[in-house]
Design a protein around this ligand. Structure first.
Ligand code: FES
Length: 139
């Protein structure tokens, strides 16, 4: 049912934890399943130099958070904004259809962290919208 990549990220999640004094923190949840994801980003000179996550959720949510952090690290803020749940699913070589919604948490948590970073620094990031607290809303 799950690809080897999904199982690998689930069993050995990358970048799990938190960043103290992070440049941006985003928390999103899905009220339907009750899962919650928090993402921390450290930004230096417009580059995301570090990223960590904490996910209280299903295995697919853990795997997608982990894969998303790998995609985000080293990217500019603008590049990070182009990372969607589809990119995350591709990086995992697919998710079962009933689990695709879990990857939306990763996209939204990243956007929420970018939003927090922009708010803290009085920046306007083109194409970035205020985060939704409940991802289920826009499934
Ligand atoms: Fe809730 Fe996967 S079932 S995020």
């Amino acid at each position: 049912m799950y690809t080897e990549k999904v199982m690998d990220h689930f069993m050995n999640p990358r970048n799990m934890g938190e960043i103290e004094g992070a440049s941006g923190v985003g928390t999103v949840g899905n009220a339907k399943c009750g899962d919650i994801m928090r993402m921390y980003i450290q930004v230096e000179n417009d580059i995301i130099t570090d990223v960590k996550f904490k996910t209280f959720g299903c295995g697919a949510a853990v795997a997608t958070s982990s894969a998303a952090t790998e995609l985000v690290k080293g990217k500019t803020v603008k590049e990070a904004l182009t990372i969607t749940n589809k990119s995350v699913v591709e990086a995992l070589e697919g998710l079962p259809p009933v689990k695709v919604h879990c990857s939306l948490l990763a996209e939204e948590a990243l956007h929420a962290a970018l939003w927090d970073y922009a708010q803290k620094n009085n920046l306007k990031i083109e194409g970035l919208e205020a985060p939704k607290e409940d991802v289920h809303d826009h499934e």
